[in-house]
Write a protein that binds this ligand. Sequence first.
Ligand SMILES: [Mg+2]
Length: 129
Amino acid sequence: MSEIAKELRRDIARPSWTANELIHKAADEIERLEKENERLERAAPVIAERDRQDAKWGYPQLHSLTEWQTILTEEVGELAAAILAYLQGTDERLELAWQKEAIQVAAVALAIVEQFPFTKAALREEEAT
Ligand SMILES: [Mg+2]
């Protein structure tokens, strides 16, 4: 149960809260959950891309920060090229191409976040080489 839902349940017992105030709080909570759900739906392709990357490269993907920087920059370059092609072209399929690259950029960034618990070890490995 979310904190706001818990708060709402506590507030119902308070005589000082009007029904309208409670309805407004409930509406705010519904709005927050809808926004969160929309964000999760939009992130689903990024998660699917992470799964594809794990199937291809294994999990966890442990790289030094320099290697991650190179991988992410390569993906950002591909996104830039795809956006340019889309802006200069007339082929509607180019829209899907730049969106696919944007998903790959987000997935690589997520892989970097997933490595946070291992980052110090990865840094030590980088310093040793
Ligand atoms: Mg790419």
